[in-house]
Write a protein that binds this ligand. Sequence first.
Ligand code: RP5
Length: 166
Amino acid sequence: MSKEFVSIIIGSKSDYKVMENCINLLKDFEVPYEFLVSSAHRTPARTKDYIKEAEEKGVKVFICAAGMAAHLAGAVAAATTKPVIGVPMPGGGLDGVDALYSTVQMPAGMPVGTVAIGNAGAKNSAYLAIQILALNNSELANKLTEDRKKQAEKVENDSKDIEVFI
Ligand code: RP5
C-alpha cells in the first residue's frame, strides 16, 4: 500500500480551472493527491473502476467536482465508505445552483460533505481533506494552525491602510 493520499475527480476538463484552487492548496500543504477526469454520466464504468483502484492504493478522502445535474460525488459516495467531499461547479443555465442541490441533497446514510459553489468551495474542499488527514498527522495539523495565523495577519494588514476608528 502506498502513502496516504487524496483523490480528486472532476466530471469534465471544463471543471479544471476552478479545481486548480484545490490542487494548489494540496500542493502548498505537500499532501499527495491523484487527479483525473471521470464522469458519473459519460464514463460510469471508468469512475467505478477508479474508485476500486484508489482504495487499493490507500486513498483517504475523495474530492469530487461536477456541474449541472451533478451526480459524481453521490455516485462515488455510493461506491466507497471513505469520506467524500463534493464541490458544485458554476456554469450551465443555473450557474451552479443545480449542481449545489444535486450534490448536497443526498439520502440519509450516503453522505457527501458539500462545500460552496466555485472557487471558495474548491479551496475549502482541500482544507477539509487536509483537516481529515491532520487527525492522524501532527505535521499537517501544525501547518493548518500556521495557515490560520497567516489568514488572521492578512486581515489585520489589509485593514491597516484603510481602517478608521473614533
Ligand atoms: C458536468 O457537466 C461536468 O462536471 C461539467 O461541470 C458540466 C459540463 O460538462 P462539459 O459539457 O463542459 O464537459 O458533468
